[in-house]
Design a protein around this ligand. Structure first.
Ligand SMILES: Cc1ncc(COP(=O)(O)O)c(C=O)c1O
Length: 371
């Protein structure tokens, strides 16, 4: 049986009646923007993360820009960000007036490290965006110890845990996306910013609402960027299930290991003590394209997400030109996402591994760093 790259429908099917009721509740209320559903979701999501505050915004990209603005990032400042990530992690920086400065990652975890961040710091660095890529959790405390505020880009890491807490409560600020394919997803665009700092939370609430408390006096040039009541009501139905879905994702990773995937390719390595709710299960192989072709031939989902890292994208030439990031180059060349999700079974994993074995009959090859 073909195994899709991700299956969002099956986990949601048992919740359909509850979701319908939540949508009907909002329609009946006649309240669509910044009402009781958003307020309740913000409280529930902050509690889940272990953060003092959560503020709903329109999407995960706005969440990053607004978080940077709340920190006072602006013209003349630099923000350190990995290049091996979704484009939006860096795209969110220039609208503040600041420059993205790209740093490398650990190829085995896909996350930035204190060393890769330190190499990119300058006296102009105002913040670091640490991406919890694919659901792994980067070492936030060790990076914040470098003396620069950390924004966690936790778009892909809802449901993961680290020894010192959950994504959302590890840095000065954290941002989430509730895009429909994410671990916690709404039926459209949505996002949130979490923080333990009361003053930052107040600034964020203002910035998402045109820089105003009351739509009478405008204290900042802000944004119209809000999570709406319908999406918040839908997210409230799903949030109590996030933990169970995260366990399903961990079990799926275990199924791949038991099926022998590690004999064929490099498996993702969790940061020490982290229990990743893998958003994407990303392997590395010198022959990633052959593995992709074999999975495609068997009807299974697969995708190389970031073959061209962000610093080499045309829009980033003004910022990324001349930057040498050897581990980024290696993972960009060798990575491949294979099917992952809360309901991926041992039988599914065995079928995917059997297809990969067709491409790699001789087993795992060493990955060469080509810089
Ligand atoms: C790592 C990362 N950062 C930021 C974003 C942006 O989120 P959104 O698509 O909700 O704007 C995404 C999601 O696509 C993401 O994966």
């Amino acid at each position: 049986m073909p195994v899709p790259l991700f299956d969002t429908a099956t986990p949601l099917a048992p919740l359909r009646a509850e979701i319908d009721a939540a949508v009907a509740r909002v329609l009946d209320s006649g309240r669509f923007i910044l009402g009781p559903e958003v307020a309740a979701f913000e409280r529930e999501f902050a509690d889940y993360c272990g953060a003092g505050h959560a503020v709903g915004v329109a999407n995960g990209t706005d969440a990053l820009t607004i978080a940077l603005r709340a920190l006072g990032v602006g013209s003349g400042d630099e923000v350190v960000v990995p290049s091996f990530t979704f484009y939006a992690s860096a795209e969110a920086i220039p609208p503040t007036g600041a420059r993205p400065v790209f740093c490398d990652v650990d190829p085995e975890t896909f996350c930035v490290t204190p060393e890769t961040v330190r190499a990119a710091l300058t006296p102009r660095t105002k913040a670091v965006i640490v991406v919890h890529l694919f659901g792994n959790v980067a070492p936030v405390a060790a990076i914040e110890a470098l003396g620069v505020p950390v924004i966690e880009d936790a778009a892909q890491a809802a449901g993961s845990t680290a020894p010192d807490g959950r994504p959302g409560a590890l840095g000065t600020l954290a941002t989430f996306s509730f895009f429909p394919s994410k671990n916690l997803a709404c039926f459209g665009d949505g996002g949130a910013i979490t923080t333990g700092d009361d003053a930052l939370a107040d600034r964020i609430r203002m910035l998402r609402f045109h820089g105003s408390w009351d739509k009478v006096t405008y204290e900042h040039v802000g944004y119209n960027s809000r999570l709406d009541e319908l999406q918040a009501a839908i997210l409230r139905v799903q949030l109590p299930h996030l933990e169970g879905w995260a366990e399903g994702r961990r079990a799926a990773a275990g199924h791949y290991e038991q099926a022998g995937l590690g004999e064929l390719v490099e498996l993702p390595r969790e940061e020490p003590g982290v229990r990743a709710a893998w958003h994407l299960f990303v392997i590395r192989s010198e022959r990633a394209d052959d593995v992709a072709a074999a999975l495609r031939a068997a009807g299974h989902g697969q995708k190389a997400y970031y073959r061209t890292p962000v610093h080499l994208q045309p829009a980033m030439t003004g910022y990324g030109g001349g930057v040498e990031l050897p581990a980024t180059a290696e993972v960009a060349r060798t990575h491949l996402a294979i099917p992952m999700g809360p309901v991926l079974s041992a039988a599914d994993a065995a079928e995917v591994v059997a297809a990969a074995r067709e491409a790699l009959p001789a087993g795992r090859q060493r990955i060469e760093l080509k810089g």
